[in-house]
Design a protein around this ligand. Structure first.
Ligand code: 5GP
Length: 226
């Protein structure tokens, strides 16, 4: 039987090549944007496309909107229960947004991060500041293309009163100034382009030395054996 000297060697049953995510703690991504920017839709698509990346499910005291499901869109709880959880220090961060309480469970987040899975929190600017004080994060701020576009999107999707609309727009004006507190800024001009940009950020952060070191070291040790 003649063998082709240029053929690759047969696969040996050696140890599995470690993936980039092996042996490391998950990365915590924090995505903020003014209401109406489309951040939730964009992040939902990113987590569908990137393995080992989950979107955190927040707790909120606001009532579910039509079409929203408890345990899927949010964990909907009463304000009293929310306050009990604050008293028990159960939140990594929490904030009052438009009169309702929102928070990220510390236990839920820790479960993912300890298992080496990356997690995305889609939270407001106040919550992002609190998380940043407590742990290492990769912050991504999503901007709409302009104020006019944001106003058009908000008016198109909501049945809010004019007073509520003005409050949302004023909050947006205040929030956009916080973009400088984040590591990355992306514009949601076109949804698929915005998804691609955030996916690129996740993949780049995974390849940083601090994150990929353990996996790289296990590959490098295989070079000692030959
Ligand atoms: P909505 O009620 O429209 O779903 O969300 C209102 C705002 O609350 C959005 O800006 C959203 O990002 C923010 N939010 C959702 N969950 C959390 C959370 O767990 N913590 C904080 N700080 N903000 C949140």
């Amino acid at each position: 039987m003649s063998s082709d000297p240029l053929a690759p060697p047969p696969a040996s049953p050696g140890p599995e090549r470690p993936g980039l995510l092996e042996g490391r703690r998950g990365l915590l991504f924090v995505v903020s944007a003014p209401s109406g920017t489309g951040k939730t839709t964009v992040v939902e698509r990113v987590v569908q496309q990137v393995p080992d990346l989950a979107m955190s499910r927040s707790y909120t005291s606001r009532p579910a909107r039509p079409g929203e499901t408890d345990g899927i869109d949010y964990n909907f709880i009463t304000r009293a229960r929310f306050e009990e959880m604050i008293a028990a220090d159960a939140f990594l961060e929490s904030a009052d947004v438009f009169g309702n309480l929102y928070g990220t469970s510390a236990e839920d987040a820790e479960r993912d991060l300890a298992a080496g899975r990356d997690l995305v929190l889609v939270i407001d600017v106040q919550g992002a500041r609190l998380v940043r004080q407590r742990c290492a994060t990769v912050g991504v701020f999503v901007l709409p293309p302009s104020f006019e576009v944001l106003e058009r999107r908000l008016r198109g999707r909501s049945a809010d009163s004019e007073a509520d609309m003005q409050r949302r727009l004023q909050t947006a004006r205040d929030e956009v100034a916080a973009f400088v507190e984040y590591d990355y800024v992306v514009v949601n001009d076109e949804i698929e382009a915005c998804v691609d940009r955030i996916r690129a950020i996740v993949l780049a952060e995974r390849a940083r030395l601090g994150s990929a070191r353990y996996a790289a070291e296990s590959i490098v040790t295989t070079f000692d054996k030959s």
